[in-house]
Design a protein around this ligand. Structure first.
Ligand code: FAD
Ligand code: SIN
Length: 534
């Protein structure tokens, strides 16, 4: 099966949907196809809690403050020009989101209520209770549905970006002029592989939190876009900076994904404590429970190791009950559902994998190293986050890059032609897998390897151990991939192993402790800026 579209967008989170809307409005003559591997709303975006950071109240905030907080949280590895651009462009794009129907909480005087999170020096986070992402997705999906030139293919799993490699040419990282012609996509309704030819392909596939068993990310976050792009020989950077959120709800039953207890709870007065009720964050940072995430997650990890415990606690008793329920109704209900009344008991919390600061290298317009491929959102390395993302800057980044990308693509698309010499997917020589355990066991293993050896605290021996095991998993999985009929499960495993390899290799290449990459063999920071390309 083959089809043709002007722009193929892979992914339906904040980045993919915002881009599709803007492009469709600007160019009603173009056909835009969104493929998404689950239902349209399923994404990291949908689960965002705290909100979206934007300079909003001039009495409290300024661009310079937001820029300084972003760079401070990022341990100065950020690209200053990109930080400035995102912070300055952001507020107008949030206003546009509001015009499209997204509702953010207001105070009784009609002004927007601004929250605060770790690393922010002031109140600047717009939010919809504690389900901001759900509200943003709702508004975006409604807007997408109103636009006739957007086609949405749900339950369509993108397999590979099509390049000259699929025309029979040898393509290597150093090959000049690698270009893309669309993607091979598995239609999960009938298990056929579609060849979708496009002038432009946009990767908006989000992050890879599923690389770790303890994660806040939903099942769809398997790093497919980054892995596909890497296989297509595109440029990736800074994947060692994996962000662990300090406060996922600790569930002894091992619920997955782990439910998030938003940092906004700490911004509202919640305090991290040990089991015996002692505040510990002041020992580590003068900002206490509201220090940037890398610092808080590391401190919690240390306290848990010292005490031999699986979690620490969040004390929210200083917040009045009605106030807590008004701001955090979803968190309140979740705690009650597992027998914890947060007004009476501490909430047990522990760090969980949450966000990837690295990814596909993009310029300020989302342009990548592969011709006709653009990317936005968590799948990218844009330079905004540096070595550690400032809370609530991710939704903002998705909006800004979607915006810049649509202007750039409008300027270039009319010069690009569809390449219809691309062959269809070749599945000869493959058969149904005999034992699914070959996939499920390897999935468990890669998560275990990453959790044990490439977590919050790293060292060279652990990284080498991880690499040895990843190489074995990789070779076994490649054998299986070559001989087996395609399935989403196998492809996701393959992608996660690729991401595990890139994260570990990047961590081995970074000989310093900076931001989220904490390596006890290199306790010091280097004084120069450096990007780990792979
Ligand atoms: P996503 O929203 O993850 O969307 C990716 C899309 O790609 C999905 O639709 C997915 O199904 C699709 N996809 C993936 N692979 C394929 C494939 N092979 N084929 C087809 N489709 C595919 N950030 C903030 O700024 N503020 C917050 O308050 C906040 N809270 C968060 C809370 C939680 C629990 C989590 C998990 C994250 C939170 N984040 C927050 C981070 C933020 O939500 C994400 O970084 C951001 O939403 C990413 O948007 P995206 O569009 O890049 O990707
Ligand atoms: C949270 O609400 O704590 C998550 C915010 C983020 O990841 O930006």
């Amino acid at each position: 099966m083959r089809s043709t579209t002007d722009i193929l967008v892979i992914g339906s989170g904040v980045a993919g949907l915002t881009f599709a809307i803007k492009m469709a409005v600007k160019r009603p003559d173009l056909k835009i196809t969104i493929v998404t591997k689950n239902t349209i709303d399923e994404s990291n975006t949908r689960y965002a809690q705290g909100g979206i950071a934007a300079v909003w109240d001039p009495e409290l905030d300024s661009y310079e403050k937001h820029i300084a907080d972003t760079i401070d949280a990022g341990d100065k590895l950020n690209d200053d020009k990109i930080v400035r651009m995102v912070v300055k462009e952001g507020p107008d794009l949030v206003r546009e989101l509001i015009e499209w129907g997204a509702r953010f909480d207001k105070k009784s005087d009609g002004k927007y209520e601004l929250g605060r999170e770790g690393g922010h020096s002031t109140y600047r986070v717009l939010h919809h209770k504690d389900i901001t992402g759900w509200e943003i997705e709702r508004a975006l999906i409604e807007k997408v549905n109103s636009l006739k030139n957007i086609e949405v293919l749900e339950n369509h799993f993108a397999l590979e970006i099509i390049t000259q490699h699929h025309l029979g040419r040898v393509v290597m990282k150093v090959t000049p002029g690698i270009e893309a012609y669309g993607a091979y996509v598995l239609n999960k309704h009938n298990f056929t592989t579609l060849t979708i030819l496009s002038k432009i392909t946009v990767i908006a596939t989000g992050g890879a939190g599923q690389l770790y068993s303890v994660t806040t990310n939903p099942k769809v976050s398997t790093g497919d876009g980054i892995a596909m792009f890497y296989r297509a020989k595109g440029r990736i950077a800074n994947m060692e900076f994996v962000q662990f959120h300090p406060t996922a709800l600790y569930d002894p039953q091992g619920e997955t994904p782990n439910f998030l207890i938003s940092e906004a709870v700490r911004g509202h007065g919640g305090v991290l404590k040990t089991k015996d009720g002692v505040e510990f964050m002041q020992k580590y940072d003068k900002r206490g429970s509201l220090a940037p995430r890398d610092i808080v997650a590391r401190a919690i990890d240390k306290e848990m190791k010292i005490r031999g415990e699986d979690n620490v606690y969040l004390d929210v008793s200083s917040i009045e009950k009605n106030d807590f329920i008004k701001h955090f109704p979803n968190i309140y209900d979740k705690c009650l559902s597992i027998g914890i009344d947060p007004m009476k008991k501490f909430i047990p919390v522990a760090p969980a994998c949450h966000y990837f600061c690295g990814g596909i290298v993009v310029d300020k317009n989302g342009k990548t190293s592969i011709k006709n491929v653009y990317s936005a959102g968590e799948s990218t390395y844009s330079g905004l986050h540096g070595a550690n993302r400032l809370a609530s800057n991710s939704l903002l980044e998705g909006l800004v890059y979607a915006h810049n990308m649509h202007i750039e693509i409008d300027n270039v698309i009319d010069k690009i032609r569809i390449n219809d010499r691309v062959p269809n997917w070749d599945a000869t020589g493959t058969s149904e897998p005999n034992e699914l355990i070959l996939i499920t066991q390897s999935l468990k293993e890669i998560k275990e390897v990453m959790g044990s050896y490439v977590g919050i605290v790293r060292n060279n021996i652990r990284l080498q151990r991880a690499m040895n095991r990843i190489k074995l998993l990789n070779s076994e999985t490649e054998d299986l991939y070559k001989s087996t009929v395609l399935s989403q499960q196998l492809c996701e495993l393959r992608n996660l192993i690729t991401i595990g390899y890139i994260v570990t290799k990047s961590a081995m290449m970074r000989h310093e402790s900076r931001g989220l990459n904490f390596n006890t063999d290199y306790p010091d920071e280097l004084s120069y800026k450096e990007i780990t390309f792979i």
